[in-house]
Design a protein. Structure first.
Length: 323
């Protein structure tokens, strides 16, 4: 009897141990996803952060405020932007090429009161996503007719805004064709303190200011001569239309008129099509990305940066190639 009782106890022990081991294995299997998910997410986060790299501290020269030039350029999306041409896409260096305008349009500027321009962005994490608000405001002096008319006609208007930093002379751009800056409100003062109007623009976008490396369009583009194979740079001209009346296929393979002082300058070429549209092939003069030929079909455009008096380098992200 004792032997039989001992056998029963031993059997119960093994059954209990087996059930315990089975439950442990089951829990481990069910939680495998939750165990691996943090590790995978950590790996992804580290990979993303590796692209950003270390961020060091900076001197007071960098953190000092009031560094925006008093001049800002406004492009009205609805009346000035050429929507028949694809809007430029920022490249990996956060650079944006020339904003395409309708024929005859130029970029108009406002000269604000010194140190009155404010560019801010605020992001708040909500229950579902992060809410981002970008704001730029500036104060214009006086109660001038132009300023009053501007707000009367453009309240709630959609704009792309360009401004320059006085510290590094770089241009920045806020807003784009699908997420422009909205003329949100204004405050007019005409009292003992001042005569001025504060304009405030706002949008809801994750996109922060990009470097604007395109042209500040202040006049009609220059035109490359018919059947020309040399791009002749003209003083004060940064935008060049290709000829639409070439008598034969031509390749632009040389450049002239560039001085040493033009190093770093941006040159934009806009295609106008025609029976024999001009083309640019990669060469010692025109350094094209991936050596891919550009053809000046109507609506096409490409931007170059002057490397030296005889070399132009394609700006990444500036190319538009239509069929």
């Amino acid at each position: 009897m004792r032997a039989m009782a001992h056998a029963r106890k031993t059997k119960i022990f093994y059954i209990t141990a087996f059930l315990f081991a089975f439950m442990v294995a089951l829990v481990a299997t069910m939680n495998a996803e939750s165990i691996w998910q943090p590790a995978c997410m950590a790996g992804m986060s580290m990979a993303t952060m590796a692209l950003i790299g270390d961020i060091e501290g900076v001197s007071d020269r960098i953190t000092a405020g009031s560094q925006i030039s008093a001049k800002v350029w406004l492009v009205h999306v609805d009346s000035q932007l050429n929507t028949d041409v694809p809007f430029p896409v920022p490249n990996a260096n956060r650079q944006l090429g020339t904003i395409p305008l309708k024929t005859g349009e130029i970029m108009h500027y406002f000269i604000a009161i010194d140190d009155s321009i404010t560019d801010t962005s605020k992001g708040d994490k909500g229950d579902v996503t992060t809410n981002v608000t970008n704001t730029i405001s500036f104060i214009m002096g006086g109660n001038r007719d132009q300023l009053l008319q501007f707000y009367e006609e453009h309240a709630g208007g959609r704009f792309i805004i360009i401004y320059q930093l006085s510290s590094d002379k770089k241009y920045y751009v806020m807003g784009n064709d699908v997420k422009p800056m909205i003329l949100k409100n204004y405050e007019r003062k005409n009292d003992k303190d001042s005569r001025s109007i504060t304009f405030t623009f706002e949008n809801k976008s994750f996109d922060q200011p990009y470097y604007y490396v395109g042209d500040i369009v202040r006049g009609a583009p220059a035109v490359i001569a018919t059947d020309a194979t040399t791009l002749t740079i003209q003083s004060g001209k940064s935008v060049y239309n290709t000829p639409s009346n070439n008598t034969a296929a031509k390749i632009l393979d040389d450049v002239a008129g560039i001085a040493d002082a033009d190093k770093g300058r941006m040159i934009d070429i806009i295609g106008t099509g025609g029976a024999y549209p001009l083309s640019i092939e990669s060469s010692e003069v025109f350094l094209l990305i991936d050596k891919e030929t550009w053809t000046a079909n109507a609506g096409s455009r490409i931007s170059f940066k002057v490397l030296d008096p005889i070399t132009l380098v394609e700006v990444e992200g500036s190319r538009v190639q239509t069929a």
